[in-house]
Design a binder for this molecule. Structure first.
Ligand code: AMP
Length: 581
């Protein structure tokens, strides 16, 4: 496929807001894939060259992009920057400056050049990168150049997420989305949509059944549903394995001989940030290959007590890692085993995974295995829960003993019960910021006064608004928030956002904040859970309790389905309180 053809599809996606149409455009695009192009097409649709978990950077910032454009257009860099200050997008600046006819470049050729740009390193590489980029741009039409620059600068905004791509793949092959579930299963196990797409396209659905867990490829983590009481958990599971719930960073550790990689919940590589976990894995696990999960949490070396998330979060920094390791040391409490020396454990029961986990983690200072209470008694479960809360932990996670590990799934195989606050919702919500208002009164000085926040629906791959939030941020956080959001500013409502209210500034859905609210109410202003002309759901008295959660992607935010369940649970609780009083 010609690169010019690919960007025609990108252009169509940009102006399409109907999800069904987007799936149709993607299916048409995929149908034109030739040979082994499919993987590359999928990565480029994701704005990348490799799966999300591989930290490949182009190493080209706005300065270099301006250099390359100036070189190509034969004008001064200052003029390029001047135009950028008006347009705010180097892609658009390229369309103003370049007037080449369409190129004859193939997708594969452009991909290979991008690869070269990304992998050049060492002395002189900056100049080489700029000249490679200028060379590519000089062969391209303005539309091609626009999208190329956006890919390189990480600003490709096609309004499609992975679920839409997966639907598109199924439509391309069988004309409906009936194979999406199997595509998703394979994706959940290897987290590499390019690889899944390539196999699926070349060898059909059956080939996906062979995809399984591999050391070095993060597995999309299993997630927990919520419960509002110990009794509700026992009612659902009958018999439960109950573990303390630690509030830190979820880590998936991959050991391959002496190489250890630590992936975050959203599959980012945290190995460099958590050197003590890497070292401890080498020392405390003697098997050659293993994949296990646990929660990394900061602790007080004097007392051994765990710290709250606000302390652990400091370890997210990229700089001064040695200093941070000294000041805020981490422990990793392991809670699951996914793979061991050639054996896939995700298909084993919780009970057998745990037993093996206990066997392989040798005693040491950093790694340990969670304690567990096996019980069929709600009273016993509740006592365990209160004991953990009293010790400053977040609550418990109850697990179904005979369940396999279901990658990427949120279901009742794991049920979390968190400490609650009288009169408030039992749990906090992870909401995505999709816009902001400039602010009134005192807030005008920050140029930001409130945030429009949303929840996610995987089935439609869209974000639905649920609250306008103006409290819970410190002055410094407001300033920081504005800086972060301004990098994601877009002209109109992003394609994947469904909203009735319009903020002063729209932003691409990316940042997740944790919100506490008093209750979920019905509202005509928000679109979460809205069907036809019905009311949507809104949060009453929303306040931020945790600043941008870098460990969560927008698609991992609280879902519309969860809001519905919380709304129903809240109704039941209120009903109970009324009959009790
Ligand atoms: P939440 O983030 O509130 O949806 O809760 C699920 C998260 O709790 C998981 O992703 C883990 O990071 C964390 N967690 C802490 N302790 C455990 C545990 N014992 N088992 C499973 N997850 C745990």
């Amino acid at each position: 496929m010609k690169f010019a053809r690919l960007v025609e599809f990108f252009g169509e996606l940009e102006i399409t807001s109907s999800r069904n149409k987007m799936v149709g455009v993607l299916a048409d695009l995929f149908k034109e894939a030739q040979g082994d192009e499919m993987g590359k097409l999928v990565y480029l649709c994701q704005g990348r060259l490799v799966p999300f978990y591989e930290p490949l950077e182009f190493g080209i910032g706005e300065e270099l992009a301006a250099d390359a454009l100036a070189k190509c257009a034969g004008i001064a860099k200052s003029e390029v920057k001047e135009r950028f200050s008006k347009k705010g997008d180097y892609g658009l600046v390229a369309t103003e400056l370049l007037s080449n006819e369409g190129s004859t470049l193939e997708v594969g050729q452009v991909f290979d050049q991008l690869w070269l740009i990304a992998t050049l390193s060492g002395g002189g590489s900056v100049a080489q990168k700029t000249s490679l980029l200028a060379g590519l741009l000089s062969q391209m039409s303005d539309e091609e150049a626009k999208h190329l620059l956006r890919i390189i600068l990480g600003k490709l905004r096609l309004g499609i997420g992975d679920p839409t791509i997966m639907d598109g793949l199924s439509f391309a092959r069988v004309g409906d989305k009936s194979q999406r579930k199997d595509i998703e299963r394979a994706y959940n196990l290897c987290s590499d949509l390019g690889q899944v797409a390539r196999l699926y396209w070349q060898n059909g659905l059956d080939s996906l059944a062979h995809i399984s867990v591999h050391v070095g490829k993060p597995v999309r983590p299993a997630l927990a549903e919520r419960a509002t009481s110990a009794a509700a958990i026992i009612q659902r599971l009958q018999h439960a394995a109950v573990e303390p719930k630690y509030d830190g960073f979820r880590c998936q550790v991959h050991k391959d001989g002496t190489t250890v990689r630590v992936f975050s919940r959203n599959l980012e590589d945290f190995s460099d940030k958590f050197p003590e976990i890497v070292k401890a894995t080498q020392e405390q696990i003697t098997q050659q290959q293993a994949i296990f999960e646990g929660e990394a949490i900061a602790f007080n070396p004097q007392t051994g007590d765990f710290y709250p998330f606000q302390v652990t979060v400091q370890r997210k920094r990229k700089h001064k890692i040695d200093e941070m390791q000294e000041k805020v040391p981490l422990k990793l409490v392991a809670f699951d085993l996914l793979y061991l020396d050639g054996q896939d454990y995700t298909t084993e029961t919780y009970t057998s995974r745990r037993q093996k986990l206990r066997e392989i983690v040798l005693p040491g200072d950093v790694l340990s295995v969670t304690e567990v209470l096996e019980t069929s008694s709600a009273n016993e479960l509740e006592a365990f829960f209160f004991d953990k809360v009293q010790r400053g932990l977040e609550g418990i996670v109850a697990k179904r003993p005979d369940a396999t590990y279901q990658a990427g799934a949120r279901n009742f195989n794991w049920i979390k019960l968190k400490r609650s606050y009288q009169g408030e919702l039992q749990d906090t919500l992870d909401c995505v910021v999709v816009g902001y208002w400039w602010g009134r009164g005192q807030r005008t000085q920050f140029g930001i006064g409130s945030l429009l926040t949303a929840v996610y629906d995987k089935d439609t791959d869209r974000f639905y608004t649920i609250a306008r939030l103006g409290t819970g941020l410190t002055e410094i956080e407001w300033v920081q928030m504005r800086e972060e959001l301004d990098q994601l500013k877009v002209d109109g409502k992003p394609a994947r956002v469904e909203a009735i209210v319009a903020p002063d500034v729209w932003v691409e859905p990316k940042h997740v904040i944790e919100i506490q609210a008093d209750e979920i109410t019905r509202s005509p202003l928000h679109t979460a859970g809205r069907k036809g002309d019905d009311l949507g759901f809104a949060l009453r008295f929303p306040r931020m309790v945790n600043f941008i959660r870098a460990d969560r992607t927008a698609e991992e935010a609280t879902s519309v389905q969860e809001i519905l369940a919380m709304f129903e649970a809240q109704g039941k609780r209120q009903g109970q309180q009324e009959t009790e009083s």
